[in-house]
Design a protein around this ligand. Structure first.
Ligand SMILES: Cc1cc2nc3c(=O)[nH]c(=O)nc-3n(C[C@H](O)[C@H](O)[C@H](O)COP(=O)(O)OP(=O)(O)OC[C@H]3O[C@@H](n4cnc5c(N)ncnc54)[C@H](O)[C@@H]3O)c2cc1C
Length: 195
């Protein structure tokens, strides 16, 4: 129910303010439920989250930047290491949430998925580093789809598998053997596409 938007989470003052606002909303929603919604008359607040959750903050610019068109066209990539069927879920516009589904851009699910390229985990201009999860290389719109928990876990598996392979091969992450990486992920049960 709660929502705090328009905050720069890299600014500690704004982040603290957002946390205060979130707690204020929790108290207000509790009051509203108790006073207005039948069945909640004897409800009371036990706890709230220790920290406010942040959907989006810093992320790297990688060898590929996943974009809105990739999501909406259900694009597949030769170096896909994960797949995603989650819609673009954009919470940026005030109190509204806008959903745009993979493969159509409409508000209805299509059942299609797009691929998450390995290159989104590879920082431009930095060697020996892979990222996974929320800090991958993606635009604001694509990020609003690909940051989902299942995909963050899949990226973590891919980054870990890639790290093991490149250490064994004695090469840099950007020189990983993509065919071998995808074969290993598939052998381990990862769902990597195609659609
Ligand atoms: C309010 C909210 C609702 C959401 N709802 C959904 C949903 O319904 N479904 C869904 O799929 N996704 C949802 N998401 C998105 C999803 O939860 C996140 O994108 C995803 O969990 C991010 O995973 P991550 O591993 O990249 O990052 P995190 O889960 O943020 O993990 C990063 C970890 O690194 C730790 N860390 C940070 N700095 C350091 C450091 N210096 N040293 C050591 N550790 C450190 C942090 O403590 C944290 O445990 C939601 C997000 C928010 C904020």
């Amino acid at each position: 129910m709660t929502r705090v938007s328009g905050v720069d989470p890299t600014d500690p003052w704004q982040l603290s303010g957002a946390e205060q606002e979130g707690r204020r909303q929790v108290v207000e929603y509790t009051r509203f439920l108790v006073e207005q919604v039948p069945g909640y008359e004897r409800a009371f607040l036990i706890a709230s989250a220790p920290r406010i959750g942040v959907r989006e903050s810093r992320r790297l610019i990688g060898e590929y930047v996943l974009g809105k068109e990739d999501v909406l066209s259900a694009r597949q990539f030769e170096d896909s290491i994960a797949r995603c069927g989650a819609p673009i879920e954009d919470h940026a516009a005030g109190q509204r949430t806008i959903w745009q589904y993979v493969g159509s851009g409409d508000q209805r699910p299509t059942g299609r998925t797009y691929g998450v390229p390995y290159r989104c985990l590879l920082p431009r201009g930095v060697d020996g580093l892979l990222v996974a999860g929320r800090c991958l290389s993606a635009t604001h719109d694509a990020h609003a789809s690909v940051r989902s928990i299942g995909q963050c876990m899949a990226m973590g598996q891919a980054a870990g598998t890639a790290a093991a392979l490149v250490v064994s091969a004695g090469c840099r992450p950007r020189d990983a053997n993509i065919v071998q990486l995808r074969e290993q992920l598939a052998a381990d049960g990862a769902l990597i596409g195609p659609d």
